[in-house]
Design a protein around this ligand. Sequence first.
Ligand code: ATP
Ligand code: MG
Length: 147
Amino acid sequence: EIVELTPFCQQLFEQIQLKPGQNLSLEGKAVSGKAYLDKKLLHSILINLLSNAAKYSPEDSQIRLIVTAEAQSLHFQVADRGIGIPSEALEQIFEAFYRGKNVGAVPGAGLGLAVARTCADLHGGYLTVQSSSCRGTCLTAVLPRIE
Ligand code: ATP
Ligand code: MG
């Protein structure tokens, strides 16, 4: 269906449990527009990426959702300043039940990214990750742009 991206993302933000002082920002040129997307799939993808960003980041840190468009694709980037993902774990994070060794006592089943990846796949897209232990994580959902 046609999704107005700004109100959609703002509604999503209200559903994320933040730590004290954490701040969510909505950025990117494409966020003021509309897109033809499946709301339920996009919701599942972004809820999982944003709740991970909050869970694996400290208090008083910023989390950004940046929406940009290319000729054939829409990019939803979720960038945090959290604990990061060690390079040797980057290939495993999308597997069901995988949990990082550096997450400490943070609870979870290890399913969020497996669900997000399946939803991106059903939507004709994919997820990519960039991360380093000191600078935080950026997970991007790339979905086809349907006119
Ligand atoms: P669940 O989402 O099922 O509650 P989970 O968060 O552990 O549990 P995933 O969302 O699938 O599971 O993430 C898998 C692993 O990837 C996490 O355990 C963590 O090690 C790592 N990870 C995911 N997102 C981030 C992030 N933003 N920053 C740091 N590590 C992350
Ligand atoms: Mg998760």
